[in-house]
Write a protein that binds this ligand. Sequence first.
Ligand SMILES: [Zn+2]
Length: 490
Amino acid sequence: MKKAIFILSYLLVCCLPVLQAQQQRQCGNEMIRKALIAKDPSWAQRFEENREALQGIAEDYIKNKHQAGAAERTTLTGTVPVIFHIVVTPWQYYNMGGGAGVIQRCDSQIAILNRDFNAENSDSTLIPSGWKALYGSSGIHFGLAHTAPTGYGTPGYEVTILSGADTAFSDIASYFASAKTTGIGTPSWDVDKYLNIWCVEFDGAASSILGATVSKSTTGGSTGTSPSLEGVVMLYKVLGNVGPSTGYNYIPYDLGRTLTHEVGHFFEIWHPWGDDGPGSLHSGYCPWDGGADDGLGDTPPQSGATYGNPVYTITGGTFNDGCKMNGTTDTQPYGVGCLDFMDYTDDGGMHLFTPQQCAAMASMVLVPPTGGTGATGKGLVGENYDLSQHPELLNWPATTGIVDAVPLSSTVSLSPNPTTGTVTITFDASLSTLNNVGVVNLLGQQVLYREIDGKQKDIYSIDLSTLDKGIYFVRCNFASGTVIRKIILQ
Ligand SMILES: [Zn+2]
C-alpha cells in the first residue's frame, strides 16, 4: 500500500509541473445577478439604481476627501478581517501544496490584496503613461482574522477535507445550497465582522468560473441570496500563490488577482463594460449605442470584456475594443481599461483600480452608513462599514484552544503557539496523569506519537520541527480523558 502511494505521488509530481489554465477568465457575478432577475424581475431595477448611484457616491467621497472641513476623510483607512474557508478533496489539498501551501497562499493573498487596494503593487511600473493619473488607492486594508467568533485563536483559514462522495459542487447555486443546508461548505462567520472567502472547486455549469461574489446588493428579500452567504466563492487553485516546490500555480491566474477582482464586486463596483451584451442585464455595447457601463466616470467606455494580456502588444500601451470611437470621430485617448482589476485580463496584465472605483469602494467600507437609501433598502454608502470596525479580530486571543469537556482542560496550555518547532505542554498534574501525546494533521492522520513513561510531571516538551508547516491537533491523553489543542507550526 505504501508503495502504491509512493508511485502515485511520483506520477503526480512528474506529470504536473505546472497547472496551465485552459480557460478564459470568467466571473460568476453576472450569473448571480441574472439568476436573481429571473426569479424576480424587479431586481433588474434595483441593480440599475445601484449602478446609477455609484457615480454620485464616488464624487461625494472624493469631494469630501479634499474638503478642508472634512479632514478626517483625508486619512481614512481601515482593516478588514478575512477568513478563508478552504473546502477541498485530498487531491486538491495536495494540489494547493498541503498545509505549507495553504499558509503561503493565504499569506500571499492578503499581501496581494493590500498592495492592489493601496496602489502599492510593484507591477504598477508597467502602467502606460496615459493611465498613470488613473492609478487609485482606496485606503482599505486586509488582514487574516486571528480571533474566531468562538473567541478562540484561528490562523485566518480553516480547511475542510471532503470525502470521496463530495468531490465537487456542480455550480455556484449547489455550493450555496450545500453550505446553507448541510454545512459541507462550512458556514460563514459573522458577515458583519469578517470577510468570508470560500475556496472550492467549481464543476458542471460553473466549471469555467474563477470566482463569484455575494455582496449586500444581491442579498435580502424573498428571492435574494441569504445574507449568511455574503462573501466570495473562488476556485481553490487561484488563491494567492506558492513557490514551485510547495504547490502548483494556476497560470495565468496565479498572482491572486481573482480575489482582488471579486472583492471589488463585494464592495459594489462593476465590470467596466457594465455587463451588457446578448443575454445580459442591458442591451447594446457602447454607451452611445444604448449600452451600459459601470456607472463611473473615469473608467473609459468599453464594449465588453478583455481577455489575455493585450496591453503590452500595442504601441503606446493603448488597447481599444468596439468603443474605440466616441460616436463618430473622437478616439478614446487611453483605450479600454484592460489593465483594470475589474476586467477579465490575465493576472499579469491587471494593475489598477481607478480613483473613482477606489472612492466607491472606500465609501462602502470606511464611511459610516448614511441611512437606507440604496435600492435594496440597505444603503450602499457604509454598507460594509462594520467590517472595518473590528481590528481586535486581527489579534490572537490570550489562549488558543478548542472546546473539550475534560475538567483539567482549563489548566492545559501549549506554548508558543504558533511555533516553529518545540512546543511545551503545561498542565496541573494534581488533576490527572499525562499518559501519551499524539499529533494529528488536518486529514486526521496521526503524524507523531510520544509515550510519557508514567512520570508525574506538569510540563512536557514535544518537537514538531520534522513536520510540514501547517495546522495540527495535539491530543494530550490523560488518565482521566483527552484534551485537544490546535497548534500552528510555522
Ligand atoms: Zn467580475
